[in-house]
Design a protein around this ligand. Structure first.
Ligand code: GLY
Length: 331
């Protein structure tokens, strides 16, 4: 058992608080995580914005929410953060100045929902969940996704914050499209997708993945994050995986599905992530100049992470400690 003070100490001891971007530090979200289980639940998510997302997911589980509630509400934290330049509100726009969002969610029952190229809705993950639960479909795109969201009570909001607009106008001066390595990890500048996996006390797994995609992308570009099997995959018999980084590389190897299938065939989550990255190295020539990271978790709550280039980190909540870890990399 751990009390609120101990949890804050854990964060501090791990140096995690010092890693939280200034915008988050001003108003840190710290939850009591007094859960009885020794090793489950476990929550893992990409990048520093995962710390608060994990904490929220754990809070939801503690309060009796389902594992799908936990992953959805976890990633809603960075979606609503206007300082986060890669997810939801405040995300970097495309080259024409439009913020377009991609998200997907998958539950332990194998059901899945997704939206892509969605504009003006702060929480694409919740629209994705509604696609999963209220329609016979998996994915809705663009205007159709927006129409569905509005019909179901979501409200439109301008997602282009002054900070993101300034970044776009600065970019327009040169209009050079060349995604920087690890741009995801520059606090208050660029991040990337949040992918979050949770296993609850019963060993049931769900995952959520949400992003504004590459900053200043071509209008209409959709990355890996809303594509079931690429940005996220969950199989409750095996485990789950999610991806971050340059989506084009992930899509070409159907990365998250690959990781889960490797686990199904006996690999540990760590071995599976490493083999999926090795597949990208073998098959996708841009691997030398782009970043991709995978995180994975099996039903026992064992986790893994691996990436192409140094610089990727992830947030792991396990045994009542929620802290950042540096991923090992191929290069
Ligand atoms: N991984 C996010 C994207 O490529 O859009």
């Amino acid at each position: 058992m751990i009390n609120r003070r101990k949890f804050i100490e854990n964060l501090s001891a791990a140096g995690a608080l010092s890693l939280i971007p200034a915008g988050l530090k001003a108003n840190p979200i710290i939850y009591d995580v007094s859960l009885g289980a020794k090793s489950l639940p476990v929550v893992i998510s990409t990048w520093i914005h995962g710390i608060n997302a994990n904490a929220k997911a754990i809070e939801v589980l503690k309060n009796g929410g389902s594992v799908v509630d936990a992953v959805e509400q976890g990633v809603m934290i960075p979606e609503a953060d206007p300082e986060n330049r890669s997810v939801g509100l405040g995300g970097l726009p495309d080259r024409d100045g439009h913020v377009t969002l991609d998200a997907c969610i998958m539950g332990p029952d194998g059901n899945a929902g997704s939206v892509c190229f969605l504009e003006n809705i702060v929480h694409p993950i919740s629209v994705a969940r509604m696609v999963m639960e209220k329609t016979p479909h998996v994915m809705l795109a663009g205007e159709g996704a927006l129409q569905f969201a509005l019909e179901n009570g979501f409200e439109e909001q301008n997602l282009l914050t002054p900070g993101a607009e300034k970044a776009w106008k600065d970019w327009l001066k040169e209009s050079k499209y060349d995604p920087e390595l690890n741009w995801e990890n520059k606090p208050n500048e660029f991040h990337d997708t949040i992918g979050l996996l949770a296993v609850d006390q019963n060993g049931d797994i769900a995952g959520a993945c949400t992003t504004s995609g590459l900053g200043f992308k071509m209008r209409g570009r959709v990355g890996d994050s809303p594509i079931i099997g690429a940005g996220l995959y969950v199989d409750n018999e095996v485990g789950g995986a999610t991806a971050t980084g340059m989506g084009e590389l992930v899509i070409k190897v159907v990365g998250s599905f690959l990781v889960v299938e490797l686990m199904r065939n006996g690999k540990s989550p760590q071995q599976a992530c490493e083999e999926a990255v090795a597949r990208i190295v073998k098959k996708v020539p841009e691997n030398k100049i782009r970043q991709v990271g995978f995180i994975a978790m099996n039903k026992k709550g064992e986790t893994g992470a691996y990436c192409l280039q140094p610089g990727f980190n992830y947030a792991l909540y396990q045994d009542n400690i929620n802290e950042m870890h540096d991923s090992k990399s191929f290069y």
